[in-house]
Write a protein that binds this ligand. Sequence first.
Ligand SMILES: *[C@@H]1O[C@H](CO)[C@@H](O)[C@H](O)[C@H]1NC(C)=O
Ligand SMILES: *[C@@H]1O[C@H](CO)[C@@H](O)[C@H](O)[C@H]1NC(C)=O
Ligand SMILES: *[C@@H]1O[C@H](CO)[C@@H](O)[C@H](O)[C@H]1NC(C)=O
Ligand SMILES: *[C@@H]1O[C@H](CO)[C@@H](O)[C@H](O)[C@H]1NC(C)=O
Ligand SMILES: *[C@@H]1O[C@H](CO)[C@@H](O)[C@H](O)[C@H]1NC(C)=O
Length: 382
Amino acid sequence: MKMFPICGLMISVTLLLLIPTFSSPDCNFPAVFNFGDSNSDTGGLSAMFGQAPPPNGETFFHSPSGRYCDGRLLIDFIAEGLGIPYLSPFLDSMGTNFSHGANYATAGSTIRRQNTTIFQSGYSPISLDIQYAEFFDFLNRSQIIRQKGDVFKDLFPEMDKFSSALYTFDIGQNDLTAGYRLNMTTEEVKAYVPDVISQFTNVVKKVYDRGGRSFWIHNTGPVGCLPYIMDRYLIAAAQVDKYGCAAPYNDVAQYFNEKLKAAVHQLRKNLPLAAITYVDVYSAKYSLVVQAKKLGFGDPFLVCCGHGGKYNFNNARRCGATKMIKGEELLIAKSCENPSLRILWDGIHYTEAANKWMYDQIANGTFSDPPVPLNMACHAHR
Ligand SMILES: *[C@@H]1O[C@H](CO)[C@@H](O)[C@H](O)[C@H]1NC(C)=O
Ligand SMILES: *[C@@H]1O[C@H](CO)[C@@H](O)[C@H](O)[C@H]1NC(C)=O
Ligand SMILES: *[C@@H]1O[C@H](CO)[C@@H](O)[C@H](O)[C@H]1NC(C)=O
Ligand SMILES: *[C@@H]1O[C@H](CO)[C@@H](O)[C@H](O)[C@H]1NC(C)=O
Ligand SMILES: *[C@@H]1O[C@H](CO)[C@@H](O)[C@H](O)[C@H]1NC(C)=O
């Protein structure tokens, strides 16, 4: 009789000690494979079409770094948070090291292939299906190359890193703007969103079939709060929301996000061994716009690096644009004095300071469905 309470006590103490440590251990992701557009391009487009010009990179890398930003992107903070090096762009043939993953993102990428060239419309030819093809090629050939030994062995990941890696996705924004560029109405853009989502889920399934198990999927941001949209399309006063963003473009982004979230729920059913986290980056970005002044960032629409126009953004003279003046090439679309006091870098992309703020919001799971933090995104919740 007397033994029971003691045993009970011992069991509860043991459970108390076990629960916090064993219910959700840190995943220790050894690698990250990223798919996306300029929001997470660490040099892919620059490797193909020439470097993003200075002053890109000035704050952190102190020279152009293939990023459309003054410094680090969300994907860089994610890598830092997981304790791995910044991801090398798959397409870069110089100085790359893929031992901890690879980045397939390129600026201007879409989920669907576009029927136009980058020279006509600015969209990258490296759509998501091509990014997957590159990943597949990498998965296969990296193992063959590792067998050469020496330096090759530590430039490429071991096979088992592919199944324990985190697969991150941040793509879709350009699929939405592509329709508007073709003069489609909002209804017409919405009509093709299901096709975009279905092509997205196909790629997630293919990565799963190749052994991928942990997925961290960013939804698309409030594109209607970005000057490159606000400036390009005429927006009636009635279509401006109470914070100053162009409501129809944000509505389309939210429509895309609803469909994406539903698709993620369906994927969890179809891919029983996967842990898929849907991250509401839209809300993190929008709350930054709303709170910009309170957080010390000032006007949320004022671009740091640009030249002229209502928002210091002129599409014909984007960040880094130069002009020949008396035989000398001068930088006219320059950086502002202190990029860390702005949320917008160039009218399309955020500053490093904004990216860091967003990272701090999303890393602990506050914006995740299910609410798992980044370092625990290998644990399936269903
Ligand atoms: C590649 O990166 C890994 C991890 O940082 C490092 O251990 C390795 O030495 C690097 N390889 C080369 C050739 O730089
Ligand atoms: C490109 O053209 C093909 C054939 O007309 C069409 O099926 C496809 O939907 C188009 N893609 C886009 C993104 O508009
Ligand atoms: C990997 O590449 C080799 C050589 O091209 C090919 O024979 C093999 O089928 C590929 N593996 C897979 C899984 O496709
Ligand atoms: C869209 O409309 C604008 C203005 O009417 C026109 O200049 C442009 O050529 C149109 N674009 C397409 C792809 O039809
Ligand atoms: C997550 O981090 C943000 C930013 O630091 C903080 O405001 C929020 O309270 C945190 N949430 C949780 C659940 O820890």
